[in-house]
Design a protein around this ligand. Structure first.
Ligand code: NAP
Length: 291
């Protein structure tokens, strides 16, 4: 281990935060897992933290010298709460911040791109901005796609034949841990992908092969996708943004792979097939084999 760090992990019940917290605890670092409904992580005591309630900031920051930040999900203007939080974090002794953004959001771009710009301007000191591609867990976890696949064997999108460098949240977490704990911080953004770019049709085909059940991709228009997201309870502006991202994928914006996982962790990123096989094995362990 490098030096023992004290790390605030926000979004600690979510896809990447839970994995980051688990790994940091296993490596012997002090961890404060934080979320609105926090849970303890392998002995690390969870604290209640709400981006929209600044009374929860001080307890979350107590003793922390580093922070992993998952933005408030669905908030169209995360900088409005994240920038004042970062000022408070710096005053409380935080010297390194690793921010979760997205491959689709450049520095200075909308939403979390503003927080990215502030970190690059030296707001806190050492930093990294993780810009992962779409998560493999979208198809196997609690996401709308995963629910739809489980319920009806259909994954719907407006992505056409566009490809995405889907990445496993475990790989994102491993990059995050290196960025948080390496002696020298990246001080840059890191675009993180899996080993191959796949279309949603190819994803459906892998899922069908691995599960032995039919899975098909249903192509929607931008408007149909937006309405589908709204019907699932996602607020209109956020649903429009997500549907627009599908349209960008259709245009080829996410058709790329990077060497970030291998460079940061020393091993290649996990494939989608390996992810699907592991997720199926975990489900069978939990629920037993399907009739
Ligand atoms: N899914 C993808 O394909 C993808 C791709 C690239 C980037 N991203 C980015 O990854 C981030 C996380 O997305 P996700 O879908 O994977 O979600 P997630 O991390 O699984 O869940 C969100 C986490 O944040 C916490 N949280 C939500 N709102 C909060 C608030 N107001 N205050 C404090 N904590 C809050 C949640 O816990 P509580 O509800 O208990 O607070 C949960 O732990 C998003 O910023 C997204 O843009 C996602």
């Amino acid at each position: 281990m490098t030096t023992r760090a004290s790390v605030l992990v926000t979004g600690a019940t979510g896809n990447t935060g839970s994995r980051v917290a688990d790994r940091l605890v296993a490596l012997g670092h002090d961890v404060t897992p934080a979320a609105r409904r926090p849970t303890d992580t392998a002995g690390a005591r969870g604290v209640r933290f709400d981006w929209h309630d600044d009374r929860t900031y001080a307890a979350a920051l107590r003793g922390a010298d580093r922070a992993y930040l998952v933005p408030p999900v669905g908030d169209p203007d995360p900088a409005a709460v994240m920038l004042p939080f970062l000022e408070q974090a710096r005053a409380a002794g935080v010297r390194r911040v690793v921010l979760l953004s997205s491959s689709a959001i450049p520095v200075g771009g909308p939403g979390v791109g503003q927080v990215h710009a502030a970190l690059a301007d030296g707001l806190v000191g050492d930093w990294a901005v993780l810009r992962p591609s779409w998560f493999m867990q979208n198809f196997t976890g609690g996401h709308l796609h995963a629910q739809s696949i489980r319920e009806s064997g259909v994954v719907s999108s407006a992505t056409g034949d566009g490809k995405v460098g889907f990445v496993d949240a475990d790989d994102i977490a491993e990059v995050a841990v290196r960025a948080l704990t390496d002696p020298v911080a990246p001080d840059t953004d890191l675009v993180i992908t899996g080993p191959e770019a796949l279309s949603y049709r190819e994803v459906a085909s892998v899922l069908a092969q691995v599960s032995g059940s039919p899975v098909e991709h249903r192509q929607l228009t931008y408007e149909q996708m937006r309405e589908r997201l709204i019907a699932a309870g996602i607020p209109g502006a956020f649903a429009a943004m997500l549907a627009d991202m599908d349209r960008s994928i259709a245009g080829g914006a996410e058709n790329r792979v990077t060497g970030t996982v291998e460079r940061m962790t020393g091993r290649p990123p996990r494939t989608f097939r390996a992810h699907a096989e592991r997720a199926l094995a975990e489900r069978v362990r939990r629920e037993g084999p399907r009739a």
